[in-house]
Design a protein. Structure first.
Length: 356
DNA sequence: CAGGCGTGGTG
DNA sequence: TCACCAAGCCT
Protein backbone atom coordinates (compact mmCIF):
# COMPACT_ATOMS: atom_id res chain seq x y z
CA UNK A 1 0.00 0.00 0.00
CA UNK A 2 1.25 3.46 -0.81
CA UNK A 3 2.03 5.93 1.90
CA UNK A 4 -0.89 7.83 3.43
CA UNK A 5 0.65 11.17 2.45
CA UNK A 6 -0.72 11.10 -1.11
CA UNK A 7 -4.28 10.56 0.14
CA UNK A 8 -3.78 13.21 2.82
CA UNK A 9 -2.38 15.79 0.40
CA UNK A 10 -5.17 15.11 -2.07
CA UNK A 11 -7.71 15.72 0.69
CA UNK A 12 -5.87 18.87 1.76
CA UNK A 13 -5.90 20.32 -1.75
CA UNK A 14 -9.70 20.17 -1.79
CA UNK A 15 -10.43 20.88 1.86
CA UNK A 16 -7.82 23.21 3.26
CA UNK A 17 -9.15 26.04 5.35
CA UNK A 18 -8.78 29.56 4.03
CA UNK A 19 -7.03 31.47 6.79
CA UNK A 20 -5.90 35.10 6.86
CA UNK A 21 -2.22 34.14 7.03
CA UNK A 22 -2.32 31.44 4.37
CA UNK A 23 -1.19 32.19 0.86
CA UNK A 24 0.09 35.60 1.92
CA UNK A 25 3.69 34.92 0.94
CA UNK A 26 4.29 37.28 3.83
CA UNK A 27 6.76 35.72 6.22
CA UNK A 28 5.92 38.14 8.99
CA UNK A 29 2.21 37.24 8.79
CA UNK A 30 3.03 33.55 9.04
CA UNK A 31 5.35 34.26 11.96
CA UNK A 32 2.61 36.22 13.76
CA UNK A 33 0.16 33.39 13.20
CA UNK A 34 2.53 30.70 14.45
CA UNK A 35 3.18 32.58 17.69
CA UNK A 36 -0.48 33.36 18.28
CA UNK A 37 -1.54 29.81 17.48
CA UNK A 38 0.65 28.28 20.17
CA UNK A 39 -1.86 26.53 22.45
CA UNK A 40 -4.63 28.67 20.99
CA UNK A 41 -7.48 27.87 18.62
CA UNK A 42 -7.71 29.28 15.13
CA UNK A 43 -11.10 30.92 15.80
CA UNK A 44 -9.68 32.70 18.82
CA UNK A 45 -6.61 33.88 16.94
CA UNK A 46 -8.23 35.33 13.80
CA UNK A 47 -9.53 38.62 15.29
CA UNK A 48 -6.28 39.14 17.18
CA UNK A 49 -4.27 38.45 14.04
CA UNK A 50 -6.19 41.06 12.06
CA UNK A 51 -5.84 43.71 14.72
CA UNK A 52 -2.16 42.91 15.19
CA UNK A 53 -1.42 43.19 11.47
CA UNK A 54 -3.18 46.54 11.36
CA UNK A 55 -1.24 47.98 14.30
CA UNK A 56 2.10 46.23 13.70
CA UNK A 57 2.07 45.52 9.94
CA UNK A 58 5.71 44.43 9.73
CA UNK A 59 8.69 43.41 11.83
CA UNK A 60 10.01 46.95 12.01
CA UNK A 61 6.74 48.32 13.34
CA UNK A 62 6.66 45.63 15.99
CA UNK A 63 10.27 46.24 16.98
CA UNK A 64 9.59 49.95 17.37
CA UNK A 65 6.51 49.51 19.57
CA UNK A 66 6.63 49.73 23.35
CA UNK A 67 6.10 46.68 25.50
CA UNK A 68 2.92 48.16 26.87
CA UNK A 69 1.47 48.67 23.38
CA UNK A 70 2.37 45.11 22.50
CA UNK A 71 0.81 43.65 25.63
CA UNK A 72 -2.25 45.82 25.16
CA UNK A 73 -2.94 44.34 21.73
CA UNK A 74 -2.25 40.86 23.05
CA UNK A 75 -4.57 41.34 26.04
CA UNK A 76 -7.11 38.54 26.28
CA UNK A 77 -5.13 36.09 24.17
CA UNK A 78 -3.28 34.61 27.15
CA UNK A 79 0.25 33.26 27.60
CA UNK A 80 1.63 36.78 27.59
CA UNK A 81 5.26 35.70 27.52
CA UNK A 82 4.57 34.92 23.86
CA UNK A 83 4.00 38.62 23.24
CA UNK A 84 7.08 39.75 25.15
CA UNK A 85 9.25 37.10 23.47
CA UNK A 86 7.88 37.97 20.04
CA UNK A 87 8.65 41.63 20.71
CA UNK A 88 12.23 40.74 21.69
CA UNK A 89 12.61 38.46 18.68
CA UNK A 90 11.41 41.23 16.33
CA UNK A 91 14.13 43.54 17.66
CA UNK A 92 16.74 40.82 17.18
CA UNK A 93 15.55 40.12 13.63
CA UNK A 94 15.84 43.81 12.79
CA UNK A 95 19.25 44.26 14.35
CA UNK A 96 20.89 40.96 13.54
CA UNK A 97 19.14 39.68 10.41
CA UNK A 98 18.21 42.89 8.61
CA UNK A 99 14.50 42.37 9.21
CA UNK A 100 14.26 38.93 7.61
CA UNK A 101 13.90 35.61 9.39
CA UNK A 102 16.92 33.31 9.05
CA UNK A 103 16.11 30.32 6.83
CA UNK A 104 17.80 27.90 9.13
CA UNK A 105 16.16 25.86 11.88
CA UNK A 106 19.08 26.23 14.26
CA UNK A 107 19.08 30.02 13.93
CA UNK A 108 15.29 30.22 14.14
CA UNK A 109 15.32 28.34 17.42
CA UNK A 110 17.67 30.86 18.96
CA UNK A 111 14.94 33.49 18.72
CA UNK A 112 12.87 33.88 21.89
CA UNK A 113 9.46 32.23 21.55
CA UNK A 114 10.52 29.95 18.71
CA UNK A 115 10.88 26.35 19.85
CA UNK A 116 11.12 23.08 18.05
CA UNK A 117 7.59 23.10 16.65
CA UNK A 118 7.57 26.73 15.49
CA UNK A 119 11.00 26.47 13.90
CA UNK A 120 9.83 23.44 11.94
CA UNK A 121 6.61 25.13 10.91
CA UNK A 122 8.36 28.29 9.71
CA UNK A 123 11.13 26.38 7.94
CA UNK A 124 8.68 24.17 6.08
CA UNK A 125 5.96 26.73 5.33
CA UNK A 126 8.18 29.71 4.54
CA UNK A 127 11.26 28.10 3.07
CA UNK A 128 10.01 24.74 1.81
CA UNK A 129 12.52 22.88 3.95
CA UNK A 130 12.06 19.21 4.83
CA UNK A 131 11.28 19.78 8.48
CA UNK A 132 8.49 18.25 10.54
CA UNK A 133 6.34 20.47 12.75
CA UNK A 134 5.00 18.36 15.56
CA UNK A 135 2.15 20.12 17.32
CA UNK A 136 -0.77 18.82 19.34
CA UNK A 137 -2.68 17.92 16.20
CA UNK A 138 0.14 15.86 14.72
CA UNK A 139 0.76 14.10 18.02
CA UNK A 140 -2.87 13.05 18.21
CA UNK A 141 -3.08 12.03 14.54
CA UNK A 142 0.13 10.00 14.66
CA UNK A 143 -0.84 8.42 17.99
CA UNK A 144 -3.98 7.10 16.28
CA UNK A 145 -2.51 6.40 12.89
CA UNK A 146 0.28 4.24 14.37
CA UNK A 147 -1.59 3.24 17.52
CA UNK A 148 1.03 4.72 19.81
CA UNK A 149 0.48 3.46 23.35
CA UNK A 150 3.10 5.62 24.99
CA UNK A 151 1.69 8.78 26.64
CA UNK A 152 2.14 11.62 24.16
CA UNK A 153 2.83 14.13 26.93
CA UNK A 154 5.71 12.12 28.39
CA UNK A 155 9.32 12.74 27.46
CA UNK A 156 9.64 9.31 25.86
CA UNK A 157 6.37 9.74 23.98
CA UNK A 158 7.51 13.07 22.59
CA UNK A 159 10.79 11.61 21.46
CA UNK A 160 9.03 8.76 19.70
CA UNK A 161 6.58 11.10 17.97
CA UNK A 162 9.33 13.36 16.65
CA UNK A 163 11.01 10.28 15.24
CA UNK A 164 7.72 9.27 13.61
CA UNK A 165 7.28 12.79 12.25
CA UNK A 166 10.71 12.69 10.61
CA UNK A 167 10.18 9.23 9.16
CA UNK A 168 6.82 10.04 7.61
CA UNK A 169 7.71 13.42 6.14
CA UNK A 170 7.39 13.29 2.33
CA UNK A 171 10.44 15.02 0.84
CA UNK A 172 9.76 18.33 -0.83
CA UNK A 173 6.18 18.47 0.43
CA UNK A 174 6.66 19.31 4.09
CA UNK A 175 4.81 22.64 3.94
CA UNK A 176 1.54 21.16 2.68
CA UNK A 177 2.01 17.93 4.57
CA UNK A 178 2.48 19.57 7.97
CA UNK A 179 -0.48 21.87 7.44
CA UNK A 180 -2.60 19.05 6.08
CA UNK A 181 -2.05 17.05 9.27
CA UNK A 182 -2.91 20.13 11.33
CA UNK A 183 -6.13 20.68 9.39
CA UNK A 184 -6.97 17.00 9.66
CA UNK A 185 -6.38 17.08 13.41
CA UNK A 186 -8.43 20.23 13.82
CA UNK A 187 -11.41 19.15 11.73
CA UNK A 188 -11.50 15.35 11.38
CA UNK A 189 -9.18 13.63 13.81
CA UNK A 190 -10.47 15.75 16.69
CA UNK A 191 -9.77 14.91 20.36
CA UNK A 192 -13.26 13.64 21.17
CA UNK A 193 -15.49 11.68 18.79
CA UNK A 194 -13.08 11.60 15.82
CA UNK A 195 -14.93 11.68 12.48
CA UNK A 196 -13.39 8.52 11.09
CA UNK A 197 -16.27 8.18 8.61
CA UNK A 198 -15.00 11.14 6.59
CA UNK A 199 -11.29 10.73 7.28
CA UNK A 200 -9.21 10.48 4.09
CA UNK A 201 -6.66 8.22 5.81
CA UNK A 202 -8.96 6.07 7.93
CA UNK A 203 -7.85 3.02 5.96
CA UNK A 204 -4.27 3.70 7.11
CA UNK A 205 -5.20 4.11 10.76
CA UNK A 206 -3.99 1.35 13.09
CA UNK A 207 -6.09 2.54 16.01
CA UNK A 208 -9.21 2.54 13.82
CA UNK A 209 -8.45 -0.95 12.55
CA UNK A 210 -8.33 -2.12 16.16
CA UNK A 211 -11.34 -0.03 17.20
CA UNK A 212 -9.37 1.90 19.80
CA UNK A 213 -9.27 5.32 18.17
CA UNK A 214 -11.16 6.81 21.11
CA UNK A 215 -8.49 5.43 23.46
CA UNK A 216 -5.72 7.28 21.61
CA UNK A 217 -3.77 9.31 22.32
CA UNK A 218 -2.83 8.14 25.79
CA UNK A 219 -2.01 10.95 28.18
CA UNK A 220 -0.76 11.08 31.73
CA UNK A 221 -3.28 12.69 34.06
CA UNK A 222 -2.86 16.23 35.30
CA UNK A 223 -2.94 17.35 38.89
CA UNK A 224 -6.04 18.80 40.45
CA UNK A 225 -6.01 22.56 40.76
CA UNK A 226 -6.26 24.42 44.08
CA UNK A 227 -8.79 27.15 44.69
CA UNK A 228 -7.85 30.49 46.26
CA UNK A 229 -9.70 33.58 47.39
CA UNK A 230 -8.19 37.01 46.88
CA UNK A 231 -9.23 40.46 48.07
CA UNK A 232 -8.57 43.34 45.68
CA UNK A 233 -8.54 47.04 46.54
CA UNK A 234 -10.27 49.52 44.26
CA UNK A 235 -9.02 52.92 45.35
CA UNK A 236 -10.42 55.90 43.45
CA UNK A 237 -9.31 59.44 44.20
CA UNK A 238 -9.81 62.83 42.66
CA UNK A 239 -6.52 64.52 41.91
CA UNK A 240 -6.97 67.96 40.46
CA UNK A 241 -9.79 67.73 37.96
CA UNK A 242 -9.71 64.06 37.13
CA UNK A 243 -10.32 60.76 38.80
CA UNK A 244 -7.51 58.31 39.35
CA UNK A 245 -7.44 54.68 40.35
CA UNK A 246 -4.60 52.85 42.02
CA UNK A 247 -3.05 50.02 39.99
CA UNK A 248 -0.09 47.73 40.58
CA UNK A 249 2.29 46.40 37.97
CA UNK A 250 2.92 42.69 38.28
CA UNK A 251 6.49 41.33 38.45
CA UNK A 252 8.37 40.77 35.20
CA UNK A 253 8.19 37.00 35.61
CA UNK A 254 5.46 34.53 36.37
CA UNK A 255 1.73 34.79 36.02
CA UNK A 256 0.55 37.73 33.91
CA UNK A 257 4.08 39.09 34.01
CA UNK A 258 4.32 42.83 33.52
CA UNK A 259 0.57 43.30 33.37
CA UNK A 260 -1.43 45.67 35.55
CA UNK A 261 -3.91 44.78 38.23
CA UNK A 262 -5.86 46.09 41.16
CA UNK A 263 -3.73 45.61 44.27
CA UNK A 264 -4.78 42.26 45.69
CA UNK A 265 -3.71 39.55 48.06
CA UNK A 266 -4.72 36.07 49.01
CA UNK A 267 -7.03 35.78 52.03
CA UNK A 268 -8.20 32.81 54.05
CA UNK A 269 -11.38 34.21 55.51
CA UNK A 270 -13.98 36.85 54.80
CA UNK A 271 -13.05 39.58 57.23
CA UNK A 272 -12.15 43.01 55.88
CA UNK A 273 -9.50 43.23 58.57
CA UNK A 274 -7.67 40.29 57.10
CA UNK A 275 -8.01 41.75 53.62
CA UNK A 276 -6.49 45.04 54.77
CA UNK A 277 -3.56 43.38 56.50
CA UNK A 278 -2.92 41.08 53.53
CA UNK A 279 -2.77 44.11 51.23
CA UNK A 280 -0.46 45.90 53.62
CA UNK A 281 1.85 42.89 53.70
CA UNK A 282 1.88 42.55 49.91
CA UNK A 283 2.30 46.20 48.95
CA UNK A 284 2.94 48.21 52.11
CA UNK A 285 -0.38 49.69 51.17
CA UNK A 286 -2.57 50.97 53.97
CA UNK A 287 -6.21 50.89 53.02
CA UNK A 288 -9.34 51.46 55.02
CA UNK A 289 -12.29 49.21 54.28
CA UNK A 290 -15.72 49.60 55.70
CA UNK A 291 -16.94 46.71 57.79
CA UNK A 292 -19.72 44.80 56.09
CA UNK A 293 -19.12 46.47 52.74
CA UNK A 294 -20.28 44.48 49.71
CA UNK A 295 -17.70 43.86 47.02
CA UNK A 296 -17.81 46.10 43.95
CA UNK A 297 -17.27 42.93 41.94
CA UNK A 298 -16.69 39.25 42.49
CA UNK A 299 -14.83 37.52 39.69
CA UNK A 300 -14.10 33.83 39.41
CA UNK A 301 -11.48 32.58 37.05
CA UNK A 302 -9.67 29.35 36.24
CA UNK A 303 -6.05 29.68 35.25
CA UNK A 304 -4.00 26.73 34.02
CA UNK A 305 -2.98 25.61 37.47
CA UNK A 306 -5.40 27.06 39.96
CA UNK A 307 -8.76 28.67 40.39
CA UNK A 308 -9.35 31.97 42.07
CA UNK A 309 -12.23 34.05 43.33
CA UNK A 310 -11.42 37.74 43.56
CA UNK A 311 -13.55 40.03 45.70
CA UNK A 312 -12.87 43.62 44.72
CA UNK A 313 -13.70 46.21 47.38
CA UNK A 314 -13.96 49.94 47.04
CA UNK A 315 -11.75 51.36 49.75
CA UNK A 316 -9.87 54.44 50.80
CA UNK A 317 -6.18 55.01 51.23
CA UNK A 318 -5.26 55.93 54.76
CA UNK A 319 -2.64 58.60 55.20
CA UNK A 320 0.28 56.17 55.43
CA UNK A 321 2.69 55.12 52.73
CA UNK A 322 2.25 53.59 49.32
CA UNK A 323 4.65 51.04 47.89
CA UNK A 324 6.66 51.58 44.74
CA UNK A 325 5.08 49.22 42.25
CA UNK A 326 1.85 51.17 42.69
CA UNK A 327 0.75 53.91 40.34
CA UNK A 328 -2.18 56.28 40.01
CA UNK A 329 -3.84 55.81 36.65
CA UNK A 330 -6.44 58.10 35.13
CA UNK A 331 -9.76 56.29 35.23
CA UNK A 332 -10.28 57.13 31.56
CA UNK A 333 -6.90 55.61 30.69
CA UNK A 334 -7.55 52.20 32.24
CA UNK A 335 -7.89 50.67 28.78
CA UNK A 336 -4.31 51.56 27.92
CA UNK A 337 -2.90 49.39 30.66
CA UNK A 338 -2.73 45.69 29.79
CA UNK A 339 -4.60 43.53 32.30
CA UNK A 340 -5.61 39.94 32.66
CA UNK A 341 -9.19 38.88 32.36
CA UNK A 342 -10.04 39.20 36.04
CA UNK A 343 -8.79 42.76 36.42
CA UNK A 344 -10.28 43.83 33.11
CA UNK A 345 -13.62 42.58 34.42
CA UNK A 346 -13.18 44.62 37.60
CA UNK A 347 -12.16 47.66 35.55
CA UNK A 348 -15.28 47.35 33.40
CA UNK A 349 -17.44 47.03 36.47
CA UNK A 350 -15.83 50.10 38.01
CA UNK A 351 -16.44 52.16 34.88
CA UNK A 352 -20.03 51.04 34.58
CA UNK A 353 -20.64 51.84 38.23
CA UNK A 354 -18.96 55.21 38.19
CA UNK A 355 -21.45 57.92 37.43
CA UNK A 356 -18.68 60.44 37.04
C1' DC B 1 12.73 18.26 32.91
C1' DA B 2 8.42 18.68 35.29
C1' DG B 3 5.82 22.32 36.08
C1' DG B 4 4.41 27.14 35.15
C1' DC B 5 2.01 29.80 31.95
C1' DG B 6 -4.37 32.30 30.00
C1' DT B 7 -8.36 31.97 28.05
C1' DG B 8 -12.44 30.19 25.76
C1' DG B 9 -14.86 26.17 23.91
C1' DT B 10 -16.85 21.67 24.57
C1' DG B 11 -19.13 17.19 25.84
C1' DT C 1 -20.99 21.69 36.33
C1' DC C 2 -16.37 20.81 35.37
C1' DA C 3 -12.43 18.40 33.55
C1' DC C 4 -10.33 18.41 29.48
C1' DC C 5 -8.33 20.49 25.62
C1' DA C 6 -6.03 23.82 22.16
C1' DA C 7 -0.82 25.32 15.69
C1' DG C 8 4.23 25.15 22.74
C1' DC C 9 7.89 27.54 25.07
C1' DC C 10 10.79 28.52 28.91
C1' DT C 11 13.24 27.52 33.06
Amino acid sequence: MQHFSSRLLNWYNKNKRTLPWRGHRNEYAVWVSEIMLQQTRVETVIPYFKKWMKLFPNVRALAKASEREVLNVWEGLGYYSRARNFHKAAKIVIEKYGGKLPNDVVELRKLPGIGRYTAGALASILFGMDEPALDGNLKRVYARLLDVKMPINSADGEKLLWKIAYENLPKGKAADFNQALMDLGARICVPKNPRCGVCPIARDCEAKKRGVQHLRPVKVAKKIVPHYVHAAAVVVERIGNSLYVLLAKRPARGLLAGMWEFPNARVEGESVGEAASALRAAYRLNVRMKRGLNPLATVEHTYSHFKVTVNAFRCELSKAAMGENLKWIRLKDLGKYPMGKVDRAIARKLKSDSHF
